[in-house]
Design a protein around this ligand. Structure first.
Ligand code: RIB
Length: 301
């Protein structure tokens, strides 16, 4: 990685994704025949870390895997992506797993069983040394909330901009929000937090909680706002999606890297939209993520 690459820290979850592809998701009590099965490294935190690394950042990942073979594979995937795993613990028990069903339209439903992720209770002694000096700290909600609060406070104390993807959606405690600089929800999460389904209304409500919001809207693109500023909408690229798993993670990781490089919010949104458009045309989470060269080629084309 070149000396100019921004450093990005991700404190979050890592899961083994067990993905079944079907035309139609079965109803309760129904059995259907799938078209394919894949086992792919995922987890919202690890996905954002890999996305940031592919976007060109120097990335450190902090979290936990279990003592099982999934844990070894998940660690190896991060190392293979060039990510610093000195903050990745191995804890007794099973690694996190996600059972994912991808339907014929590329949409998904996900059940996460946290495993080792649930054992992360806060920032460990060596973590501030890894987080400090980063251009961004990326957080999600697949770790216990006290761990996320602990990491957000550490980021704030160290002067590192804190990004929070509020997924899976849950109530956000004030002690967490007070340390968040950029909230990155999708439309469903924004509606769950604010009670507003209309994106611009949700954005306005979220800006009462945090200073900056990037709202991802799937096929409708993304909406960005800062307190006191005008909302900015960037459309999505029209592509044939085969698997939208981790598209939001790709968007967040890519946006954070582009911002850390000094790009404007609009430039960063276009960069992230291109990265997400490439990822949804491929299967899986980390396996679907495009390199920076591919993203730049798409933007230049
Ligand atoms: O955001 C997608 C991710 O959610 C998957 O990789 C899965 O592991 C779940 O955490």
């Amino acid at each position: 990685m070149s000396a100019a690459a921004p450093r990005v820290a991700v404190f979050g979850s890592v899961n083994m994704d067990l993905v079944a592809y079907v035309e139609q998701v079965p109803a309760s009590g129904e059995t259907v025949t799938g078209t394919a099965f894949r086992q792919v490294p995922g987890g919202k935190g690890a996905n954002q870390a890999v996305a940031a690394a592919r976007a060109g950042a120097d990335v450190a990942f902090l979290g936990a895997v279990g003592e099982d073979s999934f844990g070894e594979d998940l660690r190896a995937n991060l190392v293979g992506s060039g990510i610093d795993v000195s903050g990745l613990r191995t804890v007794p028990g099973a690694s996190g797993v996600a059972h994912i069903v991808v339907d014929g339209g590329g949409g998904n439903s996900i059940i996460v069983v946290p495993g080792a992720n649930g054992e992360v209770t806060g920032v460990a002694a060596g973590d501030p040394g890894i987080i400090g000096g980063s251009a961004a700290l990326l957080l999600q909600l697949e770790l216990p909330v006290e761990a996320v609060v602990s990491a957000a406070r550490t980021g704030r104390e160290l002067g590192v901009p804190v990004y929070l993807t509020p997924a899976p959606a849950r109530e956000l405690p004030a002690e967490l929000l007070e340390s968040v600089d950029v909230l990155v929800p999708n439309q469903h999460e924004a509606a769950a937090i604010t009670g507003r389904a209309e994106p611009r209304e949700a954005l306005a409500a979220l800006l009462e909680l945090v200073p900056e919001v990037l709202l991802t809207l799937g096929e409708d693109g993304s909406l960005h706002g800062r307190r006191g500023g005008e909302p900015l909408h960037v459309p999505a690229r029209r592509v044939e999606a085969v698997d939208t798993t981790a598209a939001g993670d790709v968007f967040c990781g890519s946006f954070a890297v582009a911002r850390a490089e000094g790009r404007t919010p609009e430039e960063a949104m276009r960069f992230a939209a291109a990265a997400a458009a490439l990822s949804v045309q491929r299967h899986g989470a980390s396996s679907s993520m495009a390199s920076r060269d591919e993203v730049e080629a798409l933007l230049g084309g």
